[in-house]
Design a protein around this ligand. Structure first.
Ligand SMILES: CC(C)(COP(=O)(O)OP(=O)(O)OC[C@H]1O[C@@H](n2cnc3c(N)ncnc32)[C@H](O)[C@@H]1OP(=O)(O)O)[C@@H](O)C(=O)NCCC(=O)NCCS
Length: 177
């Protein structure tokens, strides 16, 4: 049975999804320190360089899978496949963008590319996105990427502000056209 995703670089329209490198550390610190990032993800706060270096060192080889969203030579954000159940063939996408790359629909394109790749080529049957009920931008990303809203998981998430309800979205193999 497969137990990790292929360690690939995926090419999208104007961006790539590539492995993370130590040279991404400063950009990761910058993007992860943004108040909106820290509002919706329970990352260390303050987010220091040592956090980025430790995270990179723990996520450069399979089974870890995060991809950097690269635009030209610039770091634009991170997208990951996590909580993967290889026997059940389900996985979950998580993501954040550096503030300089928000507001142009980039994440919806990245989510569609990565999720559909997982469904088409990595034996996945279902890809989930879980979003706090207050995180409207991320909910729009999920819908724009072709994910179907299923329901609300009560008290299922934690952020710096405390416990939150999570809306669950999914895309399944049958949704592919
Ligand atoms: C979520 C995130 C990746 C989206 O970035 P993006 O791809 O640039 O998304 P946009 O800024 O284009 O916003 C997506 C949509 O939501 C809308 N939107 C953004 N903020 C909004 C708000 N506060 N209220 C209503 N709509 C909003 C945008 O107008 C856009 O609409 P469109 O689909 O009609 O174009 C980015 O905001 C981010 O990194 N947030 C912090 C981390 C995070 O929330 N991660 C996800 C955790 S589940």
């Amino acid at each position: 049975m497969r137990d990790h995703f292929d360690d690939v670089t995926l090419a999208g329209d104007g961006f790539v999804l590539r492995p993370v490198e130590l040279s991404d550390a400063d950009a990761i610190v910058d993007g992860a320190s943004d108040p909106q990032t820290l509002q919706w993800l329970p990352l260390p706060r303050p987010y220091e360089r040592e956090h980025a270096v430790e995270w990179i060192n723990n996520h450069t080889a399979p089974p870890a899978f995060p991809r950097v969203i690269g635009v030209g030579s610039a770091f634009a954000g991170v997208i990951d496949l996590k909580k993967t159940d290889w026997r059940g063939r389900t996985t979950e996408i998580g993501y954040w963008l550096h503030p300089a790359f928000r507001g142009r629909g980039l994440m919806a394109d990245a989510v569609r590319l990565l999720g559909d790749w997982a469904l088409r080529t990595q034996e996945m049957e279902r890809v989930e996105i879980r979003v706090a009920t207050g995180n409207v931008a991320s909910q729009r990303v999920a819908r724009s990427a072709g994910y179907v809203q299923e329901g609300t998981l009560r008290n299922a998430g934690f952020l710096h502000e405390g416990r939150v309800d999570l809306i669950v979205f999914s895309r399944i193999r049958a949704d592919l056209n």
